[in-house]
Ligand binder design. Structure first.
Ligand SMILES: [Zn+2]
Length: 414
């Protein structure tokens, strides 16, 4: 399985200059290749592949100062960007809103910006403290470097395995370099019992509610209102700054706004990681063989706190960016790592049907109350029970599901 190690580079002043120079050269190569591709695209002629571009450009001064290994890698990356552009064009969802792959360029001063450098798997080394990358001859001479360029880093390599390529990025609004090392690693399967299953319901007030089917069934849920509040506070601040920036100088974004976006994203990612780490312990301790999660079709306005209702923009923002995709992706990855099967199922109707008598119940608040049989339960717990019931039904499995499981609420600080 493919995983990525993310580390922050800690270059010295001199190394910073070398890295910037290298990244500008790489960006220049990207821009040149991108220009050729865009020309062909607008002329409706055949768009040159990365291989073809390398052929055409290999005598170009920009290609030579970067070196062929780096040049080929960045052209391949450009190819990927174009492939995903064409992929998006085909998907109906975003038609009309897709832009061509962009240039690494500061338009105001018409300058190439340090963007991205890609090191082929056999062109770098990494140990517990440093990365070592190859460096063009003229830079080596200018700075008196022998062999590979060595740069210190902060962070831990979480994933070990066969090393694939490594990407170096410069993020201008925080003035930092990051390295992303891709690794192909083996899963570490755990012992499981095929009758032990777990089902998850995803929401806003409780980010994740999981039913665990074991010899004794129980539910673990993760309340997330504290995180949501902070997330919304940051979002509101971003919206406010955006409207100020637009009014004052016609800009859509400023460095301050970008930093806030990054802060919001990191806080949430951190929280998600902590929840998943905790939950995974439960999956492993209970020998769960399969994890089933709903497909989020039920998250609608009723879930939103009152003070945001009817504000279209905020609602959209939550749907798009409260990062359910990220949560699902991370759950899937974790399951894969431990050899636990993962499945997403259509959860339509699951949270509005009584698990005891099967009657429809109109959900109005946090508590699920069935007028027909008197069953009472936390609404999200019912959601997780019903996702499991639906899965068992769909697969003709005859396992008992406890309608009154022990529920433990685990508060994970943000
Ligand atoms: Zn009922």
């Amino acid at each position: 399985m493919i995983r990525t190690n993310t580390i922050e580079l800690k270059p010295t002043k001199q190394e910073k200059m070398i890295l910037k120079d290298l990244l500008v050269r790489s960006s220049a190569m990207w821009n040149l290749g991108n220009y050729k591709k865009r020309q062909a695209f607008f002329k409706k002629s055949r768009i040159p592949s990365s291989y073809k571009l390398a052929e055409i450009l290999k005598t170009h001064p920009l290609y030579i100062v970067l070196g062929s290994a780096y040049a080929q890698q960045i052209l391949n990356k450009l190819q990927e960007a174009w492939n995903s552009f064409f992929g998006l064009l085909k998907s109906k969802k975003v038609r009309g809103k897709v832009g061509l792959p962009r240039y690494f360029k500061n338009r105001r001063v018409n300058q190439t910006t340090p963007g991205l450098l890609i090191c082929r798997n056999d062109c770098y080394r990494i140990d517990n403290q440093y990365i070592y990358i190859s460096c063009p001859k003229d830079l080596k001479q200018a700075y008196g470097i022998k062999g590979l360029l060595r740069v210190k880093y902060n962070g831990v390599l979480n994933w070990k395995g066969k090393q694939k390529r490594m990407e170096l990025k410069y993020i201008p609004y925080i003035k930092k370099f990051y390295a992303y090392q891709v690794v192909d690693t083996d899963p570490t399967p755990v012992e499981y019992n095929s009758h032990h299953l777990s089902s998850g319901d995803i929401g806003i007030k409780r980010y994740l509610v999981n039913y665990i089917k074991n010899t004794k069934d129980f539910v673990v849920l993760y309340p997330s209102q504290h995180v949501f509040k902070e997330y919304m506070k940051l979002s509101k601040k971003i919206l406010k700054l955006q409207s100020i920036a637009k009014k004052e100088n016609g800009l859509y974004s400023t460095n301050r706004i970008r930093r806030l976006f990054l802060k919001r994203k990191r806080k949430l990612a951190n929280y998600v990681n902590n929840i998943i780490a905790d939950f995974c312990k439960h999956l492993i301790d209970n020998n769960v063989s399969k994890y089933i999660v709903g497909d989020l079709s039920h998250i609608r306005d009723t879930e939103l706190p009152v003070y945001f209702k009817n504000k279209k923009k905020v609602n959209m923002m939550i749907q798009n960016f409260w990062s359910f995709d990220l949560l699902i992706q991370k759950l899937r990855n974790k399951c894969e790592q431990f050899g636990i099967e993962f499945e997403q199922i259509n959860e339509r109707g699951t949270s509005s049907t009584c698990p005891v008598c099967g009657k429809k119940v109109k959900p109005n608040d946090r508590t699920f109350k069935c007028k027909n049989c008197g069953y009472k339960q936390d609404r999200d717990v019912v959601g997780s029970i019903q996702i499991l019931n639906k899965y068992l039904q769909d697969n003709n499995m005859n396992l008992r599901v406890e309608n009154h499981p022990i529920v433990s609420s685990i508060l994970i600080e943000n």
